[in-house]
Design a protein around this ligand. Structure first.
Ligand code: ADP
Length: 178
C-alpha cells in the first residue's frame, strides 16, 4: 500500500513539473522497435494474465529523437491501457510507420472502446470514462494527461480514434531522427 501511494504521489509530482515546464528532457536518437520491446518486457505478464495476444509489428531502423526514459513511460502507459481496457483473449497490435519526416506509432486494441463524446477529454487530467457494465478498473486518470505533456515536449502529437464496444487506436507522431 505504501509503495502504491509513493508511486501515486510521484506521478502527480511528475505531471505538475511537466505542466510548469520544469522537467528536463534528454533528447537523443533511439530505435523505436527497441523502445517498444523494452516496454513490452514489463507488460508481458499483465497481457499473459488476461490471455491477450500482442502483435509487435514495429520493424527495425525507425529512428526517433526522444528522451528514452520518458518515451518508455508513454509507451507503457498507452500499451498498459490497451491491456487494461481489453477483455480476456483480446488482441493488441503495435505498428510504426514513416510519414514524411515523422514517425507514427499506432497501438490498436479490440477492447471496450471509448464513446465519441469522451475521446477528447481522456487526455485531460483526472478524466476517467466509466467502464461499461459497472466493471471497476483501477486507475488515476492522469496517465494520458502525462502522456500528452511528454509528447508535447517532444514536439509531437498524440490522439485516439475509437468505436464503443469495438476497440481503440492510439497514435503518436514523433520527429524522425533518420
Ligand atoms: P487511467 O489511470 O484511468 O488509466 P488514463 O489517463 O491513462 O487514466 O486514461 C483515462 C481514461 O481513458 C481511462 O480511465 C479510460 O476510461 C480511457 N482509456 C484510455 N485508454 C483506453 C483504451 N485503450 N480503451 C478504452 N478506454 C481507454
Amino acid at each position: 500500500e505504501s509503495n502504491r501511494l509513493i508511486k501515486l504521489v510521484n506521478s502527480l509530482l511528475d505531471l505538475s513539473k511537466m505542466e510548469a515546464g520544469m522537467l528536463k528532457y534528454q533528447f537523443e536518437p533511439a530505435e523505436l522497435s527497441e523502445l517498444v520491446k523494452t516496454s513490452l518486457d514489463s507488460l508481458a505478464p499483465l497481457a499473459a494474465a488476461k490471455n491477450i495476444t500482442i502483435h509487435n509489428n514495429v520493424y527495425t531502423s525507425l529512428l526517433v529523437r526522444v528522451d528514452q526514459v520518458r518515451m518508455l513511460q508513454v509507451l507503457r502507459n498507452i500499451i498498459g491501457n490497451a491491456i487494461k481496457f481489453t477483455h480476456e483473449k483480446g488482441t493488441i497490435t503495435i505498428e510504426g510507420n514513416v510519414r514524411g519526416d515523422r514517425v507514427e506509432v499506432r497501438v490498436q486494441d479490440n477492447g471496450i472502446g471509448i464513446a465519441p463524446e469522451d475521446i477528447e477529454r481522456i487526455f485531460l487530467k483526472f478524466q476517467q470514462v466509466t467502464p461499461a457494465k459497472g466493471e471497476s478498473i483501477k486507475g488515476t486518470g492522469f496517465g494520458l494527461a502525462t502522456v500528452r505533456q511528454i509528447i508535447l515536449a517532444h514536439g509531437g502529437k498524440v490522439w485516439a480514434t475509437s468505436q464503443l464496444g469495438q476497440g481503440s487506436t492510439f497514435y503518436i507522431s514523433l520527429q524522425s531522427a533518420a
